[in-house]
Design a protein around this ligand. Structure first.
Ligand SMILES: [Ca+2]
Length: 122
């Protein structure tokens, strides 16, 4: 995967690789512009609770035009229960350096709530 600075020398189509073996694929490194050779993932993707709602935050070095970021929410974590789109989430911020997406449901209303980030290569 090519880094924003183009200096890592990894294969341009190795999206599922993980050269640093830190659990984050090259695509998930590429999307926020993190270093795929860094062994410790930084805190650039996180979930915080604001006003009783989960907010998935991505601090990124750039906003690549060849990937999409999709935030999904679920009550149960089970396959087929993950939901996305404006009926379920609200984009609070979507700039070159910051993506913040809020769950439309409160944690207390659901008792349990999960959020995840999907990145798709276009
Ligand atoms: Ca990695």
């Amino acid at each position: 995967m090519v880094e924003p600075n183009g200096a890592n020398g990894l294969g341009a189509t190795d999206f599922n690789g993980d050269v640093a073996r830190d659990g984050r694929t090259h695509l998930m490194e590429y999307a926020p512009g993190s270093n795929p050779r860094g062994r410790n993932p930084s805190n650039d993707i996180r979930i915080v609770i604001v006003g009783g709602r989960g907010v998935l935050e991505v601090t990124r070095a750039w906003k690549p035009t060849d990937v999409t970021f999709i935030v999904e929410v679920s009550d149960t974590l089970a396959n087929g229960t993950w939901l996305s789109g404006t009926a379920h989430t609200t984009n609070l911020t979507d700039t070159a350096t910051s993506l913040r997406v809020q769950d439309n449901s409160t944690v207390t209303a659901k008792g349990q709530r999960s959020m995840r980030l999907k990145v798709q290569k276009l």
